[in-house]
Design a protein around this ligand. Structure first.
Ligand code: SF4
Length: 315
């Protein structure tokens, strides 16, 4: 499988591009996730022509439209950063990115809650880095996250799951925009989508049912927006339990009483927070193989990302 291409704030890879000549290496991103993705590093401040080291900057002024200002000499780099970012996002269109990981709290790269200083020099955590804001507006469907938030196991799993789905989704138009491909895609992702939102699963099912009647561009655009919107919603323990029970329904007549009991017990322990999701999923996968369930064999819910990343191993 071709590697997933991800944009990333350059300093997170250990490159010394920060204003003070330092970096913000994130070992999980570089060493662990880096085995499965190909990074495209972007440092807005260096790439727009500011040197290393350089004076530090922050956002200040109107929280709705803050300016990018150097902290000591008060030079305003907003226009330069906006012009550079607007051009850079156009160049990034051809890079086939499946997501972006931003450096938190940066006035250029921060995705959310970046400090904006009001005229009384009081900070408000309401800002978005200038480049990050322009990037997210330009690529509204692309999965984005910050390195700090990726320390949360649930957010980490959600983001990595999204980039894998996005890659498969992005490869669809290359297949000639055929509605049969969309039907197959939806069928294989159905349980995964259900673990985020049953409402979206129903809505997307209706779109797919009308696949042959809709112009293909409209069909793929509607479906793609709903897909990424659904996956942004958290897959909670309750929602996962619902999906696990749903999967169990496929084996009802095949499982022995002892197998049924064991499966119910394991799902129950997961539901109560005593076992990680990987345990009931592994048991279900065993039954999928044992009873040769073709529909479930193709479900990405059972294999959404490489098991080595251990994303479902937390309670
Ligand atoms: S936070 Fe963004 S602008 Fe600052 S050093 Fe890192 S990549 Fe460059």
């Amino acid at each position: 499988m071709e590697k997933i291409r991800l944009g990333i704030s350059t300093c997170l890879l250990g490159e010394s591009v920060r204003y003070d000549g330092g970096h913000k290496l994130d070992r999980f991103l570089r060493d662990t996730l880096g085995r499965y993705v190909e990074y495209l590093p972007v440092c807005p401040e260096v790439e727009c022509g500011l040197g290393i080291p350089r004076e530090s900057m922050h956002l200040e002024g109107d929280p709705g439209a803050p300016r990018l200002i150097t902290t000591r000499t008060k030079r305003d780099f907003t226009d330069r950063m906006v012009a550079w970012s607007s051009q850079r996002v156009k160049e990034l269109e051809s890079e086939n990115l499946c997501g972006f990981i931003f450096k938190s709290n940066s006035p250029s790269s921060g995705m959310e809650r970046v400090r904006v200083f009001d005229p009384k020099r009081m900070p408000h955590k309401t800002g978005v880095g200038i480049f990050a804001g322009i990037f997210m507006k330009h690529f509204p469907l692309l999965p984005v996250e910050e390195e700090g938030r990726l320390n949360d196991p649930a957010l980490r799993e959600n983001f990595i799951e999204r980039i894998f789905v996005f890659k498969r989704w992005r490869e669809m138009p290359g297949q000639g925009l055929k509605s049969s491909r969309l039907i197959e895609f939806h069928s294989r992702h159905k349980l995964l989508i259900m673990s985020h939102s049953t409402k979206h699963t129903r809505g997307m099912g209706k779109v797919v049912a009308r696949a042959k009647e809709m112009p293909s561009e409209e069909l793929f655009s509607n479906y793609g927006s709903m897909l990424m919107e659904a996956l942004r919603l958290r897959a909670t323990v309750k929602k996962n339990t619902n999906v696990l029970q749903h999967i169990m329904g496929y084996f009802k007549r095949m499982l022995t009483s002892a197998e049924k009991l064991e499966l119910l017990e394991v799902i129950g322990h997961y539901h109560e927070g005593h076992l990680p999701l990987i345990v009931p999923v592994t048991l279900l996968k065993h039954y999928v193989r044992k009873y040769d369930q073709p529909y479930l064999k193709g479900q990405f819910y059972l294999d959404p990302h490489p098991v080595e990343l251990q994303l479902r191993n937390h309670v």
